[in-house]
Design a binder for this molecule. Structure first.
Ligand SMILES: [Zn+2]
Length: 474
């Protein structure tokens, strides 16, 4: 990909997106009313926050049939997970690990782009641009085999999205979707014999402990997503699987944002369809090589729910040098933050991590719940506190049932003692003055196997020392 051509395409697509937003979104029309309609200078446009997006959801979207109430009702029912919303859209929501969860509506074109990038720029050995003719023929004869390990069922914009692969793409790709809790996980992956193995870093890190049981002669790469990949975890995973690891950095709001780089720990921005701006706390640009405070993302492909200079809390460093892998797209050199929040619980099969996801999925969309907090009071006993929105009374029976459904999907339901209690107000941690949704009083188990302990501690120290002192009491 020629960088000048990429820049031209980016500008054309930005112009088109701005036009769609001005004409079909009453929110953007109002927001941009003081901006010269002829201007496409991104830095002149106001920033959009997650809270703004969710408060004005119905006015932001460009299809009047899409409303926040309808989307929320749709995702309330887990059976809809394989169905298109209104017969044509993919819907998902972010986890809320960075504050307010966001609802995301995407058209099929956005998903097609995601698949196309995965097949071309996401494939090891690829040298920029789309799949070559010879490569395509080779694939027709021998479709790529992608094994995707899914952590939980739901409308999270991660592995599940591959279920929406268009029919014609099945010529190129064969899939194995397998839950991380499957007792025959290793055997099923071996039998499928994938070229690509894709999962979250935590899952792959835990699987790398079973390295001796894997027989994967055709494996060419592993792909990680969704959480921070720590340097020690990267090392353990590549040691175990002995293939390049590509760490895709994306946001639910722009799933095709990057493809991991096979030569470095970074990821290349798909700059022909997305714009990433690294900025400081006052939204001023931060040059490559320096750590930003947040990023602004513009998704040039989604015209249903336009994300334009949309604020994401991640802290990034862009690379200053061209990359040795041959991909000329801008490269993210380092990503800070996004550590996994989890409890270690005891099961018959040993200690297992319980992430925040089941709780988020159970409570984030209950309209009467303003905030929740889970506290691990002893190893397998968890108290969940729910703070209702003013004037509302939380339905504790419904909340309990919903949480139990979510926990059953993790395979940990029968091991846990859960109590839900309403509180009038949840407080921030007095030491850090940050509000925490997951609090443990028991930390990492003393008799955790050393390799598992390494995994736990990496995830702890990467984020901040406050978290470490909490996980490992002095
Ligand atoms: Zn590269």
């Amino acid at each position: 990909m020629n960088p000048i051509r990429v820049r031209e395409q980016q500008q054309q697509r930005l112009q088109h997106l701005l036009q769609v937003a001005r004409v079909r979104s009453s929110y953007y029309r109002e927001k941009y009313r003081h901006i010269d309609p002829g201007s496409t200078r991104l830095e002149e446009l106001p920033v959009m926050t997650k809270a703004e997006m969710m408060t004005h959801f119905d006015q932001v979207v460009t299809d009047p049939a899409v409303t926040r109430a309808r989307v929320e009702e749709f995702i309330e029912d887990i059976r809809n997970v394989k169905e298109p919303f209104l017969g044509k859209y993919s819907v998902s929501h972010t986890s809320g690990s960075q504050g307010q969860p966001t609802l995301i509506v995407q058209n099929q074109f956005v998903l097609d782009l995601l698949f196309a990038f995965q097949m071309t720029r996401g494939h090891y050995g690829h040298r920029g641009g789309f799949l070559g003719f010879v490569d395509a023929l080779r694939m027709l004869r021998l479709p790529a085999r992608l094994a995707v390990i899914i952590n939980q069922q739901g409308f999270f914009p991660s592995a599940w999205i591959w279920k929406r692969l268009p029919e014609y793409m099945h010529v190129y790709m064969q899939f194995l979707f397998i839950p991380a809790t499957d007792p025959e996980l290793v055997k099923k992956i071996n039998d499928f014999s994938p070229n690509v193995l894709s999962a979250t870093p935590t899952t792959l890190d835990l699987l790398s402990l079973k390295r001796d049981q894997f027989r994967l002669p055709h494996l060419r790469q592993v792909v990680t997503w969704s959480e921070t990949l720590t340097a020690p975890a990267r090392h353990r995973i590549t040691e175990a699987f002995r293939v390049p690891l590509m760490d895709n950095y994306a946001a639910g709001e722009c799933m095709f944002l990057t493809n991991g780089c096979p030569n470095s720990s970074g990821a290349h921005v798909n700059a022909d369809w997305a714009i990433l701006e690294v900025v400081d706390e006052n939204y001023q640009p931060v040059p490559p090589g320096q750590l930003g405070c947040k990023v602004l993302m513009t998704n040039l492909a989604n015209t249903v729910q336009p994300f334009i200079r949309y604020e994401i809390g991640d802290r990034l460093v862009m690379a200053t040098e061209p990359c040795g892998c041959g991909n000329l797209m801008p490269r993210i050199e380092k990503i800070v933050g996004r550590a996994a929040d989890f409890f270690w619980v005891q099961t018959a099969a040993g200690f297992r991590p319980l992430t925040a996801y089941p709780f988020q999925h159970a409570f984030d969309y209950r309209r009467e719940v303003r905030e929740w907090q889970a506290e691990q009071v002893s190893r397998n006993s968890i108290v969940v506190r729910l703070e209702p929105v003013p004037g509302a009374t939380p339905d504790l029976i419904a909340a309990q049932r919903r949480l139990e459904e979510r926990l059953a999907l993790t395979g940990l339901r029968q091991d846990l003692d859960i109590r839900i209690e309403p509180v009038s107000h949840l407080e921030a941690d007095p030491h850090t003055s940050k509000f925490r949704r997951m609090i443990t009083r028991v930390g990492i188990p003393e008799d955790l196997d050393q390799p598992l302990r390494d995994v736990a501690e990496d995830f702890a120290h990467e984020e901040c020392s406050a978290r470490l002192s909490e996980l490992v009491p002095a």
